[in-house]
Design a protein around this ligand. Structure first.
Ligand code: AMP
Length: 392
């Protein structure tokens, strides 16, 4: 795979697709990890005297009222602080002002174009990879670098569109290179190879389960999705999360791979989805009509630690409980801590599990914490990633 180092970018206009899709609260950045992760590629381009033109999406833009809350200016400000230099922000996604600002750039200048999804207001041009838009953005630079791992599973104008007009002059950045290298560890993993799957719904993880159940030595299941498996085994799950449509899928997986799928033996539950209603620990035989399972119980944490003590490689997607509530974060946090303390090669597959690891200061201690939840899932499903294919 060609990387930015394989292209001559000296004094050139270099378009870099970054993933600056950061979580915002009240107009402020809650977690700047994705901006920090983009820095190596941006700094390298600056060192090479390139004129650095950055593109990214932020949130979803469906109607006029989505524009201001997804304005990328806040990212330009943070990036400027992190780089210790001005970032020219252009409040346009196309047009004269943008072209003039690009034409007057000096080597080492950094410019950020407004949210690429502003183009979605007019017929979803960015998200549907509008041909004219991809060609236009490609015309703004000499070389294209895709460093937005979080969107490589999508074919949008700002990644696949631009790349298709820059054949021979496109490559991936250091973040995409790092992410792919880490994930490739799973192609031929050191064994035992174990998968931890949590999160809300079974439906989001069907492809991953189907693809990994034959490759992995064990799949440890937690989170809301565990209850659909328990229901499939005939347990009463009370008011716990149920993915009714996928009970049959769970039955089938259990019938074919009973030895590989490991399920909770006890849970922490409450009567409401709340941190404030009383919490109790029950075994899975004791869940009552009014109970809602919200985290793994202590016996399950012990059991999962015993399995993980044997593991050489672990991939983890989705939290094992409602980690956002203090009472129900132990399953996720204790097992994260166990993996770190025991130096087990662990890849966190983006999204909530990385946020959970960040909250308990363990993110930087694992082997790899991905910046792309959806991209990692599709990689694990064995699918091709359009953002990568378009560079190849
Ligand atoms: P996902 O996006 O599918 O990875 O799901 C993440 C969400 O699943 C988080 O917001 C968790 O709070 C939630 N979650 C985890 N365990 C449970 C559970 N037992 N019941 C309901 N939601 C859960």
């Amino acid at each position: 795979m060609k990387t930015i180092k394989d292209l001559d970018i000296k004094n050139k206009k270099v378009l870099i697709r970054c993933d600056f899709n950061v979580p915002l609260k009240d107009g402020k950045i809650e977690d700047d990890n994705r901006i920090v992760e983009a820095l190596p590629t941006i700094k390298y381009a600056i060192e090479e005297n390139a004129k650095v033109i950055l593109l990214s999406h932020l949130g979803r833009v469906k109607e006029e009222s989505d524009l201001e809350k997804n304005n990328l200016k806040v990212v330009a400000d943070r990036l400027s602080e992190l780089l210790g230099k001005d970032v020219i922000f252009v409040n346009e996604t196309r047009g004269e002002e943008l072209e003039e600002k690009i034409n007057s750039m000096n080597p080492k200048d950094v410019l950020l174009i407004q949210n690429t999804r502003y183009e979605d207001l007019d017929g979803k041009k960015e998200s549907s990879n509008d041909e004219e838009l991809g060609a236009y953005w490609a015309s703004l630079g000499d070389v294209f670098i895709n460093d937005a791992f979080g969107t490589v599973h999508r074919a949008h104008a700002s990644n696949v569109g631009i790349a298709s007009h820059k054949e021979g002059n496109s490559a991936v950045g250091f973040l995409v290179e790092k992410e792919l290298k880490a994930l490739s560890e799973l192609d031929n993993p050191e064994r035992p190879f174990m998968v931890i799957l949590g999160g809300a719904k079974v439906s989001d993880k069907i492809g991953v389960i189907e693809n990994l159940v034959t490759k992995a030595d064990k799949i440890l299941i937690g989170g809301g999705m565990a209850f659909t498996f328990l229901k499939a085994k005939g347990f009463n799950i009370g008011k716990s999360l149920l993915d009714e449509e996928n009970i049959d899928f769970c039955k089938k997986v259990l019938a074919e791979h009973e030895d590989k799928i490991i399920l909770p033996v006890d849970v922490k539950s409450s009567t409401e989805y709340s941190n404030d209603t009383p919490m109790k620990v029950v075994t899975i035989n004791e869940i009552e009509e009014n109970d809602m399972g919200l985290d793994l119980g202590p016996q399950t944490i012990d059991l999962y630690e015993k399995y993980l003590s044997l593991a050489k490689t672990v991939i983890w997607n989705g939290p094992l409980g409602v980690y956002e509530f203090d009472n129900y974060k132990a399953g996720t946090e204790d097992l994260l801590k166990y993996l770190v303390d025991n130096n087990i090669k662990t890849i966190l597959g983006g999204g909530d599990i990385v946020a959970a690891a960040s909250n308990c200061n363990l993110k930087d201690k694992v082997f790899h914490a991905s910046t792309g939840g959806g991209s990692t899932l599709e990689y694990l499903e064995g699918k091709k990633l359009p953002g990568i294919e378009s560079i190849k």
